[in-house]
Design a protein around this ligand. Structure first.
Ligand SMILES: [Fe+2]
Length: 158
């Protein structure tokens, strides 16, 4: 924990940083899952989904950066190590046998929905701890993830 004049006390900062770190691990996992889908999707909607998964990957990479840099802003150390991500992610492991568009869309949809649910809880925790800046950061991510979940779920209607 580094000294900072940010105006939030140490217990506040520690509580919020724990949420940020948990979502950082999830977001790094989600980014890897999106590339997995981008590379391996097959079937009639190949091109559309190939591009969509990459669009969401780019947004997720931006979220990774927001989360990590907020941790450091609060005086902490962002832990983006692969080993930490593997241990800490709360997302289900990506199915290696996913092949067709629906299979990839449903796996990504589940991860996005789980991530979105966690971020919604984070918004409330950050607000409760008096850190409106972090609550706003989580809100921005939440809105983006919700939109991308819509894009994915639109592919799952028959
Ligand atoms: Fe690519």
């Amino acid at each position: 924990m580094y000294i900072s004049n940010i105006g939030l006390d140490e217990p506040q900062r520690l509580a919020v940083m724990a949420q940020l770190q948990a979502r950082l691990s999830d977001a790094l996992d989600l980014a890897a899952q999106l590339k997995q889908a981008h590379w391996n999707v097959k079937g009639a909607n190949f091109h559309q989904l190939h591009l969509l998964f990459d669009t969401i990957f780019v947004a997720t990479e931006a979220h990774v950066d927001l989360l990590a840099e907020r941790i450091v802003t609060l005086g902490g150390t962002a832990d983006g190590r692969v080993q930490t991500t593997t241990r800490a992610t709360s997302l289900a492991a990506y199915p290696i046998d996913a092949k067709l568009g629906e299979q990839h869309a449903s796996a990504i949809g589940r991860s996005l929905a789980d991530f979105a649910a966690s971020v919604r809880v984070d918004i409330d925790i950050a607000a409760e701890k008096g850190d409106a800046g972090t609550a706003d950061l989580f809100t921005e991510i939440s809105r983006s993830v919700d939109k991308h979940l819509w894009f994915i779920e639109a592919h799952l209607h028959s």
